[in-house]
Design a protein around this ligand. Structure first.
Ligand code: CTP
Ligand code: MG
Length: 252
């Protein structure tokens, strides 16, 4: 055991991967889609395990296929240098429920938790490390985020379905950030947020938002363009291009 692992709080990553990927279209569940020959979920698990701080990765699988996900992960063992324990638990109906299931599987000695979407397979290690560092420096909740390139409008429902949506406001873009994962937390804070904040349906799309509702501070560190979420079909094209660029760079 290294000096670091004795003195630093033990850190785990929860990787929600139980979504169906409706916006990506029909086919294999999103987390199991292949990018550059490797399933998206495997990329995401490797990205977490690569961080020195992370010693445990809890993968939250589709509830009807936890065994299939376990088999898949067994086929792609982690490189020895990145060895982390990987466990698989079944997810829930919403992302929030899936994360709760992951949190419930954490051993008692875990003090820092990262929550990372399987759908963000290409997050660079520096982003993961800077989130961990900010939590270790004392922030109860940390989110990586980027400035928003587009101007964002707030709209209301139209009077009649199908009519153009009326714009009711334009938030100052300079103050907006698009948030990514991994989001990092003091474990107790995140568990309390999940216990106390009750949301309907997909109400909480982001774990830090639940911590905000507790009245606890949340801080932002710089995100990365390669930490984008694979959501729609075009994102698969972008992900393949990022992997091709990495392979080309590694070739030099
Ligand atoms: N997720 C989950 N459990 C759910 C819903 C989502 O673990 N019940 C996970 C997804 O697997 C994904 C992450 O939460 O890694 C972010 O969600 P999103 O990008 O919305 O993925 P999906 O819900 O799968 O996609 P869609 O909303 O298009 O169906
Ligand atoms: Mg979703």
């Amino acid at each position: 055991m290294s000096d670091e692992s004795r003195t630093e709080p033990r850190t785990a990553a929860v990787v929600p991967a139980a979504g169906r990927g409706v916006r990506l279209g029909p086919g294999t569940p999103k987390a199991l889609r292949v990018l550059g020959g490797t399933p998206m979920l495997v990329h995401a698990v490797r990205a977490m395990a690569r961080a020195r701080a992370v010693s445990l990765v809890v993968v939250v699988a589709p509830p009807d296929d936890a065994a299939g996900v376990q088999n898949l992960l067994d086929e792609y063992p982690l490189p020895a240098a990145d060895a982390a324990e990987v466990v698989v638990v079944p997810g829930g109906e919403t992302r929030q429920q899936s994360v709760s299931h992951g949190l419930a599987a954490l051993p008692a000695d875990i003090e820092v938790v990262l929550v990372h979407d399987a759908a963000r397979p290409l997050v660079p290690i520096d982003t993961v490390d800077s989130v961990v560092a900010a939590v270790r420096a004392g922030a109860p909740a940390v989110v990586p985020a980027l400035p928003v390139p587009d101007t964002v409008k707030e709209v209301a429902a139209p009077d009649r379905p199908g009519d153009p949506e009326p714009v009711i406001g334009t938030p100052d873009r300079a103050r907006l950030r698009a948030v990514q994962t991994p989001q990092g937390f003091d474990r107790k804070t995140l568990v309390e947020a999940h216990e106390r904040v009750s949301c309907e349906g997909e109400g909480a799309t982001d774990d830090a938002g639940m911590v905000e509702r507790l009245g606890q501070p949340v801080v932002v560190v710089p995100g990365h363009e390669e930490a984008f979420k694979v959501t729609r079909p075009l994102d698969l094209v972008l992900a393949e291009a990022v992997l091709a660029r990495r392979r080309a760079k590694d070739g030099f």
